[in-house]
Each structure stands twice: as C-alpha cells, then as structure tokens.
Design a protein. Structure first.
Lengths: 303, 168
C-alpha cells in the first residue's frame, strides 16, 4: 500500500503534501557551535567556492547547492559543520538544554542531535549518549570526536531498561527520546522508506517506542523535561505512544515554540481517541516549510 | 601500588603523583602541566575537566565528573598518549583545545596543509623544537589546528589518523 495516502485526512492540503513528498531535499549542514560560528563557516565556504543558502529560521543551518558534498571541505575536517537535515535540528531546540545540566540522549547514534545538544550545553555538564549497537556507537563516537564534544559519556544499553548505575543513581534534568521509527518523514531523502513500509512494522515498533519513552521518563527527575520525536507521520508511533506515557507514567505534555510552521497533534485516529493535550505536540508536514517530515512533543515529568 | 591497568574501564587520574596508586599512571597535574608547558595553553582551559586512563597510557578528558572506575564506552574525548618516551597529543584534543596555543605550532601554507591532511610528510621550514607539534593553517581569519605532526630530521610527519585523512 501507499502509506502516505493514509495521512491525507490529517493534512490541510493533501495535494501540496503529496507534491512536497515527491521533491528531493538539498544537503544541509549545521554549524557546530563548539568549534565555529556561522560567520566563520560562511567565510570559509565562500573562500572555497562552496555554494550555499542560509536557512531563514536558524542562523546555524546552511543549505548547500546541488552537487556540493559537505564531507569534502575544510569546515567539515575541522568539525565546524555536521550534515543534518533541517527538521532534525528541531528536537534539540525543543529540549533547550543548559550548560552544566545532566542530559540523557537514549537513542543517540549516529549523533547529529547529540552533538547539537552538546553544543547547546556549551560542552559543559554531562550528556549521556546511549545506543545498543556497537557499530552505531562507533559512528557516534567518531562524529562526537570530530565535533570536539568533551562532555559526552557514551553508554551501550538497551534504552528500554537503561540503568542509572554508572551515574550513582541520579536522575537526569532532561532526556531526548528520538526513537527508531518507520521513517516516512524521510521520504524526500530516502524513497526506500516508503517502499519498505508495513503496518506490521508500525505496530511492532510502537511497542518498542512506548517502552523507551517510559524508561526515559523514569530516569528523568521530577520537573525535568523529556522531548519525544520521530520522523514518521503515523499516529500509532506518535500520539498513541504519548497517550500510553501519560496513562502509565507521571508526566504531562506541555506547550513549546518552534521556529517553523507546524500542525497540532491529533486527538483521533482510526476510531481511537487521545487526550486533548496531544494538540500541544507538533506535526511538521513536508509542505509546511519545504522540509522533511517530523513529529515532536515536550513532556514535563511530574513524579 | 599495583602495576596493572584495566583496559576495559575508565580510571580517574590521581590529582598529583604523590596520590598515585597505579604504577606508571600519570597525574592530572602532570597531564595539564604538559599541555601548558608544551603548547602555552592557558591552564584555565581545563578547569572542571576530569582526566581518565583506559588502557595503559590512553588518557581521556571529560568536561564533568562521574564515579571512578567508570564502565562506559566513552568518556569525553581521547586526549593524550603517555607511557612512552614522548607524550603524544591526540588529533581530537589538538583541534578542540589548541586554537590558542602559543608554542610549537607550525603554520602550514595551503599546499602543505592539504598534504598534511592526506597524511603526507612535508618540509615547512621549521626551526623550533623537534617532537610533536600542532599543525595548523590560516582559515577564515584565524589560525586553526588541523592535527598533530612529528617533526624530526627536517620533516614534518603527519599523524592524521587514517580515518581522518582526506583529499580536498
């Protein structure tokens, strides 16, 4: 089946949605604030003849012209930039970590959001980047090293039952829960994401997502912040996962601002209804800002 | 004092040599002092950092603190190799901490910088100390470290790790 058609009832302009999903996306790099400023990157790109456009809603994002390869330039070698899709820069902004805090990134590899969180922390405090796969951890470490991240603790645990033992049992101030998902939102980058889509996979992975989010809430302190994000449009993997969290853990959705246009989370899907607070979550459809698709919600831990 | 070092975990460096309990393990004081002495880096750069050994002589720098020993996959960044005659800084640490280094920095012209990045030897006409130097170049209005070079017998031997070499 064509998974995108199942979401047409949710979007304001199905034709624009379909059209945007069919267009490819440019390469984008994010400036790594630990090592460089946007001005310095701009200067280096201009000197090297690298064609780019600055993204209007974020001073640290540069859209590269067709054919530019971000990995083959001095700014990349120096760790000044990281190849990262525009929408992927949103969850770290929603998380809003502060220097000196203790932050948990439970599905961290390969590290685009992790390195962004480290930079927002000014490379101070402790950021725990977890993954359960050695190969992916190797990619995470290499990306963090290139970016000059020195506040990162890398752990290898199953995010569904992660232990606080290496951290003296202390809970975190914030957690980023950017879970594995069915990824239709990346269709503009990977058309294969649609071809391999199946409802069985959605239902299977939703169970994993519920467990990962639940555990992340448990290891975050009362009053702390948890951000849940996916690159899928499927309510089964988004609002239904959040609904499970508010029913089984001490937490609530809270409002937040993003510098891009978004639609509200849904309160109804396939005969299932969700709590009204799901409207505080944000759905980012590709046609709204000419980006990939994304979903993001912010929770406050209340227990 | 034990002579062992457990390569599977991170052990925090003692503050000073007098507090050392593992033979051959460098102290925090010695490690920071080496960067200050060798490269003229401000000691305050490392305020708040803790230093760790994982495997003999492999020292890591971490911006915060956790309990020692730490059974984790990574703790901050690789920083310095000790337990050999000449201590050797890592590419990561030089790129992260040495932008304001005042000594033992060799500034490469564009062609040499590219050759250095490819992992090749160059002859930058250096008349300072032999040993491990910071190889840097001018980019976007300032000097930026690229990596570590070993200067001996009139040539600068690039120490860029294989995975970081590039043909630009």
């Amino acid at each position: 089946m064509d998974p995108l058609s199942r979401y047409e009832p949710l979007v304001d302009d199905p034709d624009a949605f379909r059209a945007a999903c069919g267009r490819s996306l440019p390469s984008v790099v994010r400036v790594n604030g630990i090592k460089a400023t946007p001005e310095r990157v701009e200067r280096a790109f201009k000197k090297a003849g690298v064609g780019f456009d600055r993204v209007g809603w974020h001073e640290g994002l540069f859209r590269l012209e067709d054919g530019e390869s971000p990995g083959n330039s001095w700014p990349f070698v120096h760790g000044w930039v990281y190849g990262q899709e525009e929408v992927s820069a949103l969850p770290a902004l929603a998380l809003d970590p502060r220097p000196g805090e203790r932050v948990f990134d439970c599905c961290a590899a390969p590290g685009s959001k992790t390195t962004q969180v480290a930079a927002l922390m000014d490379d101070r405090g402790a950021l725990v980047g977890n993954d359960n796969d050695l190969g992916r951890i190797s990619a995470l470490r290499s990306n963090a090293e290139r970016c000059g991240v020195s506040n990162l603790v890398v752990t290898r645990q199953d995010a569904r039952n992660v232990s606080l033992k290496p951290f003296s049992g202390r809970r975190f101030d914030r957690a980023l829960v950017d879970v594995p998902c069915s990824c239709e939102g990346t269709v503009r980058k990977n058309p294969g994401a649609i071809e391999s889509w199946s409802l069985d996979h959605v239902e299977g992975i939703a169970g994993v997502q519920k467990s990962i989010l639940g555990r992340a809430i448990e290891v975050t302190r009362r009053g702390g912040t948890v951000v849940y994000s996916t690159c899928t449009f499927a309510p089964e993997e988004n609002e239904a996962v959040l609904q499970h969290a508010i029913e089984t853990r001490e937490c609530r959705l809270v409002g937040f601002d993003l510098p891009v246009d978004s639609a509200a989370g849904v309160t109804e899907w396939n005969g299932e209804t969700f709590d009204g607070s799901m409207r505080l979550a944000k759905r980012i459809y590709p046609h709204l800002n000419d980006t990939g698709g994304f979903f993001c919600a912010k929770l406050e831990v209340t227990g | 004092m034990t002579d062992g070092n457990d390569g599977s975990r991170f052990d925090r460096l003692p503050p000073t040599a007098a507090e050392r309990r593992v033979a051959g393990r460098p102290s925090r004081e010695a490690v920071v002092g080496w960067w200050v002495e060798r490269f003229g880096i401000d000691e305050g750069t490392f305020d708040g950092y803790t230093f760790w050994e994982k495997g003999a002589g492999k020292v890591w720098a971490f911006a915060d603190a956790v309990e020692s020993p730490a059974d984790v996959e990574g703790l901050g960044m690789t920083f310095l190799r000790t337990r050999q005659e000449h201590w050797k800084p890592t590419t990561d640490a030089v790129q992260r901490f040495a932008a304001d280094a005042e000594r033992n920095v060799v500034r490469l012209d564009d062609a040499d910088a590219r050759a250095f990045l490819r992992g090749e030897d160059t002859d930058p006409g250096w008349d300072g100390d032999w040993g491990y130097l910071i190889a840097a170049h001018d980019i976007a209005g300032a000097v930026e470290p690229i990596g570590v070079g070993l200067y001996v017998h009139g040539e600068l031997r690039s120490q860029m790790p294989k995975g970081r070499r590039r043909e630009l």
